[in-house]
Write a protein that binds this ligand. Structure first.
Ligand code: G1P
Ligand code: ZN
Length: 539
């Protein structure tokens, strides 16, 4: 039976870089989730007669939230929900299912790479019919609605059994529980040369995929072990756990240190890849070798012709402004466009929809192509495996060949976490006001040639967004500052730094960039304002 429940608004339901993301303890407050979901439905003009895709990364509260959303969807007159079995769908698989079924929207229950468990984070990403996360204009509308919501619609009904594949009905709404891997696997088989990768796995090539106890474990077992023939047990931490086994499921050198240790040990396999909580991020490692995500995007682009789906040619490429410029050098050589967009995957979607780009990526371990409208962790790993299978080269050799061709971009991101929000906002405001005064001056031997806010006008919808501040130096170095839009704990200032060397590829990145980090701290007056004399996290 449909019922209307009275509620009062929460004032903090603003969506950030990738949906709404909050502490679990916030989300489990009475009506918190319901308020957000009803506001979303209201803001988009209702969901009557529509079809949505629903799933999550299996984190704490996934099971409860999904039942609430099912009942609210039925009560709001939705026609059909397509749900991953047991409530599981990786972010890239969800985008695929949405596009394949021409659904009207999708909800992915995830706080991505943020920790899970009762003390961790929960989140909802909302995708529109194009398969990508909603525009800032839509999220602003949803936010406005959350501030005035006074009731929501739900059902008095018992929970739906999500373990059974197939169709069932709830108050006139159709629910189709699907295999979360099947469509995704089919798509991967269409893109890559599976036969070549199967042959690679028949040699003594050794491989590890670390799913970080998150959603891609079963995808990895199916695709790498069962279909492609990687040794049983190649997928590590393969069982999705509500608290990710205590891991921070962010595949980088800090949070996937266990994998890094393995790759620097005597038992290191030839290749290791890892994914984040919801399967859209990836890290690529070779024996004692790390591929920076910005380089990975550039290397994949340079090797596009190795892959069946891209052989015939690619459109342009795009990167977030914060990502290193390595891929731009490749684009120039290939004579294709290189777009620079604000941080957040949604900013790539119009470029893909209008056939302006094929590949895109972010420094935050995200790479993908126009096969979906999200970044895709397993896609990136398959791409690397396909290159290795074709060339017989190691991860390190592929990367070194790339540097030899284009020079090396040294790149790191420095995060200053848990800053008081007003302090962080003021820091950015003052830095922006000072930018012009840096031009022509030399700091620690680096002369500033240009400094300006990054402002992007989307060529398709004409929307203008400002995101971050950029400082360029005469020697090809660059600093980008921006505030995170995904944190749940005060503000995080991200400082992205790169330098370029056409011929010396063996410097230590931390050492190479230490002088520029000092400059970055001076220009933004970081120590005095935040009390921090060094970053909390370097990735
Ligand atoms: C972070 C990353 C960004 C990515 C987003 C969602 O956002 O920096 O590249 O798109 O997570 O995965 P931020 O916290 O910097 O706003
Ligand atoms: Zn993610």
């Amino acid at each position: 039976m449909i019922k209307t429940v009275s509620t009062t608004p929460y004032q903090d339901q603003k969506m950030g870089t990738a949906g709404i993301r909050k502490k679990v303890k916030t989300v489990i407050q009475e009506n918190y989730l319901e308020n957000f979901v009803q506001s979303l439905f209201d803001a988009i003009g209702g969901v009557k007669g529509q079809t949505f895709v629903l799933g999550g990364d299996g984190r704490y509260y996934n099971d409860i939230a999904i039942q609430k959303i099912i009942k609210m969807s039925a009560a709001n007159g939705m026609k059909k929900l397509i749900i991953g079995q047991n409530g599981m769908l990786s972010t890239p698989a969800s985008s695929r299912v949405l596009l394949k079924n021409h659904a009207d929207g999708g909800l992915t229950l995830s706080a991505s790479h943020n920790p899970g468990g009762i003390n961790g984070d929960f989140g909802i990403k909302y995708a529109t019919a194009n398969g990508g996360q909603c525009s800032s204009a839509i999220s602003a509308k949803i936010y406005e609605r959350t501030k005035e919501i006074s009731s929501y619609q739900t059902l008095d009904a018992k929970d739906v059994d999500l373990s059974k594949l197939g169709v069932q009905h709830l108050e006139g709404m159709e629910i189709e529980v699907i295999d979360p891997i099947k469509d995704y696997l089919l798509m991967m088989e269409e893109i890559f040369d599976f036969e070549a990768i199967k042959k690679l796995f028949k040699t003594n090539f050794s491989f590890v995929f670390d799913a970080m106890n998150a959603v891609t474990g079963p995808y990895g077992v199916k695709i790498f072990e069962e279909v492609l023939g990687a040794k049983k047990g190649s997928v590590h931490q393969a069982k999705p756990l509500p608290d990710f086994g205590g891991l921070h499921p962010d595949p980088n050198l800090v949070y996937a240190k266990h994998l890094v240790d393995l790759m620097w040990s005597d038992n290191a396999p030839d290749f290791a890849g890892a994914n984040d909580g919801d399967g859209d991020r990836n890290m690529i490692l070779g024996k004692k070798f790390f591929v920076s995500p910005s380089d990975s995007l550039a290397i994949l682009t340079d090797n596009y012709a190795q892959i069946p789906a891209y052989k015939k040619g690619i459109y342009g490429v795009a990167k977030s402004a914060a990502t290193s410029t390595a891929v731009c050098r490749v684009a120039k050589a290939l004579n294709i466009a290189c777009y620079e967009v604000p941080t957040g995957w949604k900013n790539f979607c119009n470029l893909m929809d209008s056939n302006r780009i094929t590949f895109c990526g972010e420094e935050s371990f995200g790479t993908s192509s126009s096969h979906i409208r999200e970044k895709d962790g397993i896609w990136a790993i398959l791409f690397w495996l396909n290159i290795i299978a074709n060339t017989g080269k190691s991860v390190e050799q592929i990367t070194r060949d790339f540097w030899a061709k284009y020079g090396r971009t040294y790149y790191l991101r420095f995060d200053f976490d848990g800053i008081d929000t007003s302090v962080a906002d003021q820091l950015m405001k003052d830095l922006e006001a000072n930018l012009k005064s840096f031009e022509g001056n030399t700091y620690e031997g680096h002369r500033v040639t240009d400094a300006h806010p990054f402002v992007y006008t989307d060529p398709v919808d004409g929307q203008t967004t400002q995101n971050g501040l950029l400082v360029y130096f005469e020697d090809g170095a660059r600093i980008c500052y921006r505030l995170s839009g995904t944190g749940t704990n005060g503000a995080t200032l991200r400082v992205y730094i790169e330098s370029y060397d056409p011929s010396n590829f063996d410097k230590d990145a931390k050492q190479e960039l230490s002088g520029l980090l000092k400059v970055a701290m001076i220009l933004a007056d970081i120590e005095k304002r935040t009390g921090k004399n060094k970053p909390d996290l370097t990735t």
